[in-house]
Ligand binder design. Structure first.
Ligand SMILES: C[S@@+](CC[C@H](N)C(=O)[O-])C[C@H]1O[C@@H](n2cnc3c(N)ncnc32)[C@H](O)[C@@H]1O
Ligand code: SF4
Length: 296
């Protein structure tokens, strides 16, 4: 374990399990999405960490002698920091930990509004190789109801900017995010967004509301109807059917998923659709995660 003190809780993508988590900000600058309770605790108010404190943490890592190959910049949207601050952080990483091969971060589309493609390309040269973008949906009605503060167009523009800068993107889409009423349009428009964006990685997570439905219902006027397991599978089925991807690594293996799916799209589309169909038609024969095995 790396010898750093974190303001808990800290979240990171599953693929950053072995990375050094460098908490360059605390919390999320937006923090309004009605499905997300990750940074709503008292101690998680958004605050950037000073460069002096970040340098001190990097020195601690160097002193520990532990090898670091990958760094994930936490918390919820470190890309909210200005270009100037991000450049300084990446330069510090480069000078103190020269063996780091990849720096990554969560990124809201709005985090890139004030950053040019040239600036992002400069960050890429300094080590920023991957951005995890929580699109959640490509449907404008659903996005408004969950108070994501983004739209199909703002998400598309940000993903295009990331690509033009030579940075890879990993997109998260939330299975069940529209509830029963918007399920179909959520699936179709989310696929449409992905077809425009052609991200290098795509992950689907199942909406999980351990703190209750109160916040999500506020955006849906009390009309949000959570999808049952088979309805979640039908939504994924439609989403997969509509995807036209050239070469995207698809993962539905986050702990929130009942059905684990992995493949390269569109190459493995038929195989993945067959797995989803089996889960719909013969759930007993499909290897599904039990409720107690799921988490966020
Ligand atoms: C820690 S958040 C940070 C993402 C980043 N702020 C963004 O919005 O792009 C990572 C992801 O967790 C997922 N997430 C958050 N709350 C969730 C919930 N209640 N159920 C399922 N997934 C959730 C969303 O896909 C979200 O984008
Ligand atoms: S999903 Fe992302 S932007 Fe929305 S509140 Fe959670 S961390 Fe913030």
């Amino acid at each position: 374990m790396y010898p750093l003190d974190y303001i808990q809780p800290v979240y990171r993508p599953p693929s950053e399990a072995y990375s050094l988590i460098l908490q360059v900000t605390n919390g999320c600058s937006w923090n309004q999405c009605t499905f997300c309770d990750m940074y709503t605790a008292e101690q998680k108010h958004f605050k950037p960490k000073s460069q002096a404190d970040i340098n001190q943490e990097l020195d601690l890592i160097v002193a520990s002698g532990q090898p670091v190959r990958r760094i994930f910049l936490a918390d919820g949207d470190a890309m909210a920091l200005s270009f100037r601050r991000l450049r300084a952080i990446l330069e510090s990483i480069k000078s103190t930990l020269p063996n780091v091969q990849r720096v990554s971060s969560y990124c809201l589309p709005r985090n890139l509004k004030n950053k040019t493609v040239e600036q992002l390309a400069e960050l890429e040269v300094l080590g920023l190789k991957l951005l995890y973008v929580g699109c959640e949906s490509g449907d404008d009605e659903v996005l408004a109801k969950i108070r994501k503060g983004e739209s199909f167009e703002s998400s598309r523009e940000a993903l295009q900017k990331i690509k033009q800068a030579g940075i890879k993107s990993s997109v998260m889409i939330l299975n069940g995010m529209g509830g029963l009423h918007y399920s179909e349009q959520h699936a179709i428009n989310s696929a449409r967004l992905m077809n425009y964006a052609q991200p290098e990685y795509l992950a689907t997570l199942v909406v999980s509301l351990p703190m209750g439905e109160q916040r999500i219902q506020s955006g849906f006027g009390g009309q949000f109807k959570a999808l049952k397991q088979v309805q979640l599978f039908r939504e994924i089925n439609l989403f997969l059917e509509k995807l036209e991807l050239e070469k995207t690594i698809f993962r539905s293996d986050h702990a929130s998923n009942y059905l684990i799916l992995k493949g390269v799209l569109n190459k493995d589309k038929e195989k993945l659709l067959a797995q989803v169909e089996q889960a719909i038609e013969q759930p007993k024969t499909a290897s599904l995660r039990q409720e107690w095995q799921r988490g966020l």
